[in-house]
Design a protein around this ligand. Structure first.
Ligand code: MN
Ligand code: MN
Length: 465
């Protein structure tokens, strides 16, 4: 090879260029990328709702010797704990040896809820040979994408007697699935002339759950009665129990390798389990001197509200409990703490190039992506992280050889989005967004790169080191 020219050398030392992680990974690291994806895909299949993600995360933590923490419990260096909030969110943490008044907490905050189609409180009806459940969608979805695909039903029902039962139908081999119908193209001329937001409307997202009439000439709504009799037999439910139920229709598909080379993963709910799982693993696999937390929270998709969303005081209370248990001043702890708000971003999609600005877009397989700010229009609604904090995190990543990139979600004024970052930052904790680029975000089946999933995990380890 000819020696590099002066200009070439100068260009190399002065210019910034994103790197494709697959291109720069050693053979051993490539194997790690693919191995890590297997664990992630198993987690995805076992955790399609926040309740399931919470339960599966706790089970993983228990395997590593973590035990439950309750408010008022004592803590000491080396303790490995998880805190469950109403079975829908969980904080997994490990107490380090450093003084948390000076060193703070190292927090990764991601969410385990995902867009879906929720069942209404009075949902069941029969019409024209079919029995349906009425729904109300949760989070930002393109409604037409949820028709004509196999759906599973997940959730919890609190029966009249107060007993809670968990339901999951449509995942196991041989299980039936459910279905939202769409119009045949032969009769679709008027429908197809509408805007995409109107071709399927909210009240058309009705889930088919039966078609077999109950064998009795003397009753009406025979198919509905037959479905009710099955629910009663299997779960002890009657129709009124839907009033106190939380059931969701989610895609019945499992996570699959995508591409001849298996570089990518297709799955429901990458947003944001693709950050939650590496965050969980990073804390479970951790032995650093810092006190580290993975906060896996609920309700991000509807604004982080309620008792399980990150705006709830319970998370602040927990941090205060940890501080008090370690004899530290909570205000000092918060001031010294650092947080990665770990949520997905939009990957640059060449099929829709017009909504992106390529220099500042997340490119697939170029590593986990930092967003200094999110929001819409003039950065509205965003936690705009400081240059100082970004510089600090950048140094951590670079020192550990993390392949990472930065991006904005789309070009200026094309749209926007928010994360939990601003709420954590509001507690007086330095926070910046970091997460995996996703293609087809919020679709029933989203796409990510295995390289980016592993890069995310490596970034979390570097941040906690
Ligand atoms: Mn998200
Ligand atoms: Mn989302």
């Amino acid at each position: 090879m000819a020696e590099k020219s002066k200009g070439q050398k100068l260009q190399e030392s002065l210019s910034y260029k994103k790197k494709n992680y697959y291109e720069v990974a050693s053979e051993a690291e490539r194997k790690e990328i693919f191995d890590f994806a297997k664990g992630y895909m198993a987690y995805l299949d076992a955790a399609k709702t926040e309740r399931e993600a919470c339960a599966v995360s706790v089970a993983e933590a228990k395997k590593k010797g973590f035990t439950e923490f309750k408010f008022g419990d004592k803590l000491k260096a080396g303790d490995k704990k998880y805190f469950i909030n109403r079975d829908k969110s969980v904080v997994v943490f490990r107490v380090g040896t450093k003084n948390i008044e000076e060193d703070g907490l190292r927090i990764i905050a991601s969410h385990i809820d995902a867009p879906r189609v929720d069942i209404k409180q009075v949902p069941l009806y029969e019409d024209s040979g079919m029995c349906y459940l009425k729904t109300h969608y949760y989070g930002g979805i393109k409604k037409y994408q949820w028709t004509a695909i196999p759906l599973a039903l997940h959730g919890a029902v609190v029966l009249k007697n107060g007993k809670k039962i968990e339901i999951s139908v449509g995942e196991a081999a041989g299980d039936p699935v459910f279905y939202i119908d769409d119009l045949l193209p032969h009769l679709g001329a008027d429908q197809m002339a509408k805007g995409a937001g109107k071709i399927i409307e909210g009240e058309q997202l009705n889930v088919v759950v039966g078609g077999l009439p109950y064998a009795d000439e003397d009753v009406s709504d025979k198919i509905k009665l037959n479905v009710l009799s099955i629910l009663n037999e299997k779960y002890g439910m009657c129709e009124e129990d839907f009033l106190s139920a939380e059931l969701s229709a989610v895609p019945a598909y499992g996570a699959r390798d995508v591409g001849f080379d298996r570089a990518l993963i297709g799955a429901y709910g990458h947003d944001d389990r693709v950050c939650a799982y590496p965050a969980l693993r990073a804390v479970l696999d951790n032995d650093s001197a810092h006190t580290v937390l993975a906060m896996l929270v609920d309700k991000e998709e509807i604004g982080s509200e309620g008792t399980t969303g990150i705006q709830c005081k319970v998370y602040e209370d927990l941090m205060e409990e940890i501080s008090v248990a370690l004899g530290a001043n909570f205000r000092k702890v918060r001031f010294a703490s650092k947080c990665l708000s770990s949520d997905v971003t939009a990957a640059y999609d060449p099929n829709f190039a017009g909504v992106y600005e390529k220099l500042n877009s997340a490119l697939l397989s170029c590593g986990t992506c930092m967003s200094k700010f999110t929001g819409a229009r003039g950065k509205s609604g965003s936690n705009d992280a400081s240059a100082e904090f970004v510089g600090e995190v950048r140094k951590m990543f670079d020192e550990d050889g993390v392949v990472w990139q930065t991006a904005e979600l789309g070009k200026v004024d094309a749209g926007g989005g928010g994360t939990v970052a601003k709420f954590v930052a509001g507690l007086n904790i330095d926070t910046v967004d970091l997460g995996v680029p996703v293609i087809s975000m919020h679709a029933p089946w989203e796409l990510v790169s295995k390289a980016d999933v592993y890069s995310n995990y490596k970034a979390f380890l570097a941040f906690m080191k």
